[in-house]
Design a protein around this ligand. Structure first.
Ligand code: PMP
Length: 328
């Protein structure tokens, strides 16, 4: 669908996937006036297709658009695009528990303009592709590298929305993590460079204690981390499993000490693409430490199952989380 200042939104339509045409002076390309989402559809226990928390993704998409002075896509247009794409593009999803359909909505400024003002023309597109788990080839815990001297977000900036430019600062960090033998980057708060915030495309959780006394905590919404929909879902699912959850700041030193003393027993990352992924080892400069015994812990695994059970319609929907789509 297209938007122009004169006419507002034009009706959306479905067409076979192909190239987009653009002017080389397109605003979205030069200045990053572009926002996106990532959501998934899963095959349900009864064979239907269900999209996870589509309404919440539509709302975050609108919040992202507002922050970049872009026109908001109406929720019903977003949801209709989800429904039509899922129904037509994929048909019924294959009965493979490792597969899901990833949906990527994107809104970008398409106007050719080198001056610095919000564009007067936008395009909304959504693409879909079948995917295995993000770490399908690596079900083991990941090792993470703490980025001590760079930031992905700034106070008052755009770290708490999903816009294109947020990911560019992460590429070099990803290379540095890889050369330290790690798979993922941990970003710290951008003011003191001391408190843990999130990973490149995932939120973080720490497990304090164990058994029925376990408590899961995640860094608070500082404005510089993305409040993930998976993160939010895990608060509900932890309560179902009888575990307390909450938001708490954690310094790097506090993390290391709590792992040494056994106060923190597990840590994991979560997101739409990653699901729930255990973290095994942390690298901080020349220091490194293991979390628990370095393997996936019981709380992490239980939350992972609780999440996939809801996503695949094997456990009760906590309330409007699954949007059922009938194949065309
Ligand atoms: N943080 C960042 C920076 C992300 O890109 C994502 C993925 N959207 C997340 C966290 C996890 O968010 P969600 O659970 O909504 O996918």
């Amino acid at each position: 669908a297209a938007w122009t200042r004169e006419e507002g939104w034009h009706p959306a339509y479905l067409r076979p996937r192909g190239s987009l045409s653009m002017d080389p002076a397109m605003v979205g390309l030069h200045y990053g006036q572009a926002v996106f989402e990532g959501l998934k559809a899963y095959r349900q226990a009864d064979g239907a297709t269900g999209v996870f928390r589509a309404h919440d993704h539509a709302e975050r998409f609108q919040r992202s658009a507002r922050r970049l002075a872009m026109p908001e896509l109406p929720t019903d247009t977003f949801l209709r695009a989800v429904d039509e794409l899922v129904a037509s593009d994929a048909g019924p999803l294959p009965d493979d528990p490792a597969l899901s359909l990833y949906l990527r909505p994107l809104l970008y400024a398409s106007e050719p303009l080198l001056a610095l003002r919000p564009a007067h023309q936008y395009q909304f597109v959504m693409i879909a592709f079948l995917t295995g788990g993000f770490f399908a080839d690596r079900p083991d815990p990941v090792s993470v590298w703490i980025n001590r001297d760079q930031s992905r977000a700034a106070p008052g900036g755009t770290g708490d929305i999903k816009c294109a430019g947020n990911y560019a600062p992460g590429y070099l960090a990803q290379q540095r993590a890889a050369s330290a033998g790690c798979q993922q980057v941990i970003w710290l708060d951008p003011v003191e460079h001391n408190h843990v915030e999130e990973m490149g495309g995932m939120n973080l959780f720490f497990v304090h204690g164990s058994g029925s006394r376990a408590r899961i905590v995640t860094p608070p919404r500082t404005g510089t981390l993305l409040p993930g929909i998976t993160r939010d879902s895990l608060f509900t699912l932890a309560a179902r499993l009888g575990w307390r959850s909450g938001e708490e700041r954690l310094s790097v030193d506090g993390w290391r000490e709590a792992c040494r003393s056994g106060a923190i027993t597990e840590a994991f990352a979560c997101g739409t693409a990653a699901g729930v992924t255990p973290i095994g080892t942390v690298h901080d400069g020349t220091t490194s430490w293991r979390i628990g015994d370095g393997g996936p812990g019981p709380v992490t695994l239980a939350l992972r199952s609780a999440l996939t059970d809801v996503q695949r319609g094997r456990a009760a929907d906590p309330g409007g989380w699954i949007r059922r789509v009938t194949a065309a």
